[in-house]
Design a protein around this ligand. Structure first.
Ligand code: GSH
Length: 267
């Protein structure tokens, strides 16, 4: 059997469906987790095919792209669907879920503090309509399924893993997660069926929590639109790969800030 090594961050996110697929298939996986501050080096050394993670190494051969990795390992282990047609249906559902996630990226990156913005407005303008558009597709697929798996396969496929794992991610980032399944009872039943899969039980008991991006501190630097004393701080954050809100105030705004500062000068 090849040696499989997954490189990803210490996050669930895009790494988790791959880890779960390996766990369900009972195939050993080296779960290599990169800290955010080390990512710059990984990227700089061009050690990933497309300068992004996750990456799966199969006896040293590097494969990028979450869905390509999932499809590969599901085919290798008999979880891609019993025939090409079922596999194509599973692929289309997984791709559709990926389209859904891309549609709410503008909200997500603000919600987790990667970029500044109005997260409530973006939640309403991107995430809510994207969910209203895409969840019915999955609910409809489940309506047609006689097995409870999304592509109507006898055993689960990579599409079930990708969608259930993706929805688990939503339960961690959506502020209204308790209402996630409202109007989508079959999707909720699918989620529960997936997480009750006997081949996942041990993995779920033992898996690390992973970094919760929502509980990471939000760092905001206030300084003038100058390099001067602000620049080493900005550089330190950049080197560490830690998101920083770089708030630059004009000299004329300075008077407003004096009263709110510990010392009445800017270091
Ligand atoms: N379509 C790609 C997207 C990969 C991607 O954007 N990965 C993010 C982490 S979830 C990443 O590596 N970001 C770091 C960077 O772009 O520098 C996939 O599904 O694998």
């Amino acid at each position: 059997m090849p040696h499989y090594k997954l490189t990803y961050f210490h996050l669930r996110a895009r790494g988790e469906p791959i880890r779960m697929m390996f766990a369900i298939a009972g195939v050993p996986l080296e779960d290599h987790r990169v800290e955010f501050q080390d990512w710059k080096d990984v990227s700089k050394s061009a050690s990933t095919p497309f300068s992004a993670l996750p990456m799966l190494e199969v006896d040293g051969v590097k494969i990028a792209q979450t869905l390509a990795i999932l499809r590969y390992i599901s085919r290798e282990t008999g979880y891609a669907g019993p025939d090409n047609l079922s596999a194509a249906l599973a692929d289309s559902l997984a791709d559709q879920y990926a389209d859904f996630t891309m549609a709410f990226v503008p909200w997500h990156i603000v919600n987790v503090g990667f970029v500044p913005g109005d997260k409530d407005a973006l939640y309403e303008s991107t995430y809510i309509p994207a969910r209203a558009k895409h969840f019915p597709f999955f609910e409809e697929a489940l309506k047609k399924s006689t097995t409870g798996w999304i592509a109507n396969t006898p055993e689960l496929t990579h599409a079930d893993v990708f969608i259930a794992s993706g929805i688990e991610w939503l339960t961690r980032v959506d502020p209204n997660a308790d209402k996630l399944f409202e109007g989508f009872p079959l999707l909720e039943a699918h989620y529960k069926k997936f997480f009750a899969h006997p081949k996942l039980e041990k993995y779920l008991e033992e898996r690390p929590e992973g970094t919760n991006l929502l509980t990471m501190p939000h760092y905001k630097l206030t300084y003038f639109p100058l390099r001067a004393r602000g620049e080493p701080i900005r550089m330190m954050f950049a080197i560490a790969g830690v998101p920083l809100e770089d708030h630059r105030i004009e000299f004329q705004e300075w008077a407003e800030y004096i009263s709110s500062l510990v010392y009445s000068f800017v270091l």
